[in-house]
Write a protein that binds this ligand. Sequence first.
Ligand SMILES: N=c1c2ncn([C@@H]3O[C@H](COP(=O)(O)OP(=O)(O)OP(=O)(O)O)[C@@H](O)[C@H]3O)c2ncn1[C@@H]1O[C@H](COP(=O)(O)O)[C@@H](O)[C@H]1O
Length: 110
Amino acid sequence: MTDHRLDVLAALGDEVMQRRQASPETSYTAKLLSQGVEKCAKKFGEEAVELALAAVLREKAHTTSEAADVLYHLLVLLTAADVKLSDVMAELARRQGMSGLAEKASRPKD
Ligand SMILES: N=c1c2ncn([C@@H]3O[C@H](COP(=O)(O)OP(=O)(O)OP(=O)(O)O)[C@@H](O)[C@H]3O)c2ncn1[C@@H]1O[C@H](COP(=O)(O)O)[C@@H](O)[C@H]1O
């Protein structure tokens, strides 16, 4: 079943990408992007830790809001890293139907 609320993620992804052109004075996203991929990666990592802690503490409403922060900061990080959300979705689609164990076994060995 398709949940059309997932369209919010794609729309936010477009908005975040457009913020590359915006002023850091008026846009939080533009401010983060102007500080480079390292700053965006740091923010993403912090938000991910906050999400993990909320989940471990079984705080459902807090986990929901931290997950929203993580998704937003993931979109900012992807933009900073010049990676398209559509390419991430294509990778997920490619994996669909394949067990995680089979996917792991199919990875190239170092
Ligand atoms: N979804 C979000 C969103 N989620 C979280 N955040 C911001 O992420 C920040 C995280 O909080 P922190 O206290 O950790 O950040 P901080 O202390 O301000 O940052 P640092 O000093 O650590 O750099 C907050 O300022 C939140 O407002 C977001 N900022 C923007 N968006 C959306 O992004 C779009 C573009 O927003 P602007 O770029 O601000 O126009 C809009 O649709 C917004 O709703």
